[in-house]
Design a protein around this ligand. Structure first.
Ligand code: GLN
Length: 490
């Protein structure tokens, strides 16, 4: 049943609707693909029995004419989403074998619409990273390899498991989260589509918190249309998240394929960073040409505070993380390392449970929030954040969306940036601005580099205007006609 795993989500849903195959058949094919792909280390927990049980229930619903919009479609779930009765770890030892007694709102929405869960996907510990190398379960291996090389590449991070499993046809789509680029950069590194919606579109309830003012859930998918179908299901108001927006969810799929004629697309000149590889520059020019051909008007715009975005992000995100992660004290969840007294138990638990990158973030966060440094770092970063949002507001007076590269390079080798946190952080240079401003951003596969590795283009939209991104993303997808797939080696 290999061919069933090659389908897009849309094609699979059509096949289920016209009874070409059952969800049980479709799910079995994916369960087998997941089990055969263990060398990728994309799944940290496979739930095959649950998947088949959910598939059978879906087939029964369909037989009664009660199928939902995602009914019978097998998906992968990033292990940052709490799933009731199913181990949820954030890929951290500190959560150990934590089994939630509740379901995240986003995953509950997917199950409401009939989707099937294949298992939990690997990520950087607490979603902190750009290469999936900080995971307590070890790195995910990108299904893509450079031409003529067997070297292991990163699928990006933190949603490395989500991106790799979609690229390798292990699932029809996956949930992911994006605090500073974790949906878009892995999508770019694996030839998949990823969208981070406007802050507040998707409920954060039941998603393990990293930096609450930046975290957003979104899908990683095979096509722009699939991403639109998934995002529609994932979105919606939730009284359990006070930052969730109480507004109607647009019919995102209806925007895919819409004409983009007359739309004004901005090219922010500050994103032409020093040392940008020529092929990224070329890809960007190609994207501009495609959108021109599709009838868009291209406008140069300025986002003058761009250069402060990365430092501001790496103050705000660790500050919020240090506060969010205070709850892991050995008392409430997962791991406990006993000490002679309560303080020592806290210390032992946190020393043993957190990995080095998470400890680094907690240290930075605690430092920038401490009495003597709060004004100089945290407060300053918040002011910069405001300026960055203002830059976007001004640009969006002139244009409907922005086009940039998603990441400054193609997928890099495992271990390549592991000893240099700043080099790793530089990966997020084009993506963090969007989180700081709360805007929607999408990555679309647009070409390959000299080594045959995928590259992505990023579209940035006005708040709540994911619809325009789906139209423009559809236009880029059509023009790019990106059909390359990784050669199967696993
Ligand atoms: N790479 C960024 C970081 O390490 C973003 C991670 C994310 O979006 N979750 O913070």
């Amino acid at each position: 049943m290999t061919s069933l795993t090659k389908l897009t989500l849309k094609a699979a849903l059509d096949g289920l609707a016209d009874k070409s195959f059952s969800s049980e058949e479709l799910t079995k094919a994916h369960v087998e693909a997941v089990a055969a792909a263990r060398p990728l280390n994309a799944f940290v927990l496979e739930t095959p029995e649950k998947a088949i049980e959910m598939a059978k229930a879906s087939d029964a619903r369909r037989a009664k004419g009660e199928a939902g919009v995602l009914d019978g479609a097998p998906l992968g779930i990033k292990d940052l989403f709490c799933t009731e009765g199913v181990r949820s770890t954030a890929c951290s030892n500190i959560l150990g074998n934590f089994v939630p007694t509740y379901e995240s709102t986003v995953t509950a929405n997917l199950w409401r619409d009939g989707a099937v869960m294949l298992g939990k996907l690997n990520l950087d510990e607490f979603a902190m990273g750009s290469s999936n190398e900080t995971s307590a379960f070890g790195p995910v291996i990108n299904p893509w390899r450079s031409e003529g090389s067997n070297a292991k590449l990163t699928p990006g991070g933190s949603s490395g498991g989500s991106a790799a499993s979609v690229a390798a046809d292990l699932c029809l789509g996956a949930t992911a989260t994006d605090t500073g680029g974790s949906i878009r950069q892995p999508a770019a590194f694996t030839g998949t589509v990823g969208i981070k919606p406007t802050y507040g579109r998707c409920s954060r309830w039941g998603v393990v918190a990293f930096a609450s003012s930046l975290d957003q859930a979104g899908p990683i998918a095979k096509t722009v249309e699939d991403a639109a179908i998934l995002l529609k299901s994932m979105s919606g108001h939730d009284a359990k998240d006070s930052t969730s927006l109480d507004i109607e969810v647009p019919d995102f799929p209806s925007f895919v394929g819409k004409s983009v004629k007359g739309l004004r697309v901005g090219i922010p000149k500050e994103y032409r960073v020093d040392g940008m590889p020529a092929e990224i520059e070329k890809l960007w020019e190609q994207g501009i040409a495609w959108l021109k051909e599709a009838g868009c008007e291209i406008v140069e715009v300025s986002l003058p505070h761009t250069k402060y975005a990365l430092p501001a992000y790496y103050i705000v995100a660790p500050a919020e993380a240090s506060s969010n992660l205070a709850r892991y004290d050995g008392m409430r969840f997962g791991l406990r390392e006993e000490g002679a007294n309560l303080t020592e138990t806290y210390e032992n638990t946190r020393a043993a449970g957190f990995g080095p990158e998470v400890k680094r973030r907690i240290l930075i966060g605690t430092y920038v929030l401490s009495a003597g440094y709060y004004d100089a770092y945290y407060l300053k970063a918040l002011k910069v954040r405001r300026r960055i949002a203002d830059d976007f507001d001004q640009a969006f007076e002139k244009v409907d969306a922005l086009l940039t590269p998603t990441a400054p390079s193609a997928a890099f080798g495992l271990g390549e940036n592991a000893d240099d946190p700043v080099a790793m952080y530089l990966n997020d240079i084009f993506t963090v601005t969007v989180n700081l401003a709360g805007l929607p951003g999408m990555s679309i596969p647009a070409g390959v580099d000299v080594n045959g590795l995928p590259l992505g283009l990023q579209l940035i939209g006005k708040a709540l205007d994911e619809g325009t991104l789906f139209s423009l993303g559809g236009a880029i997808e059509k023009a790019a006609d990106f059909k390359a797939k990784p050669a199967k080696w696993w």
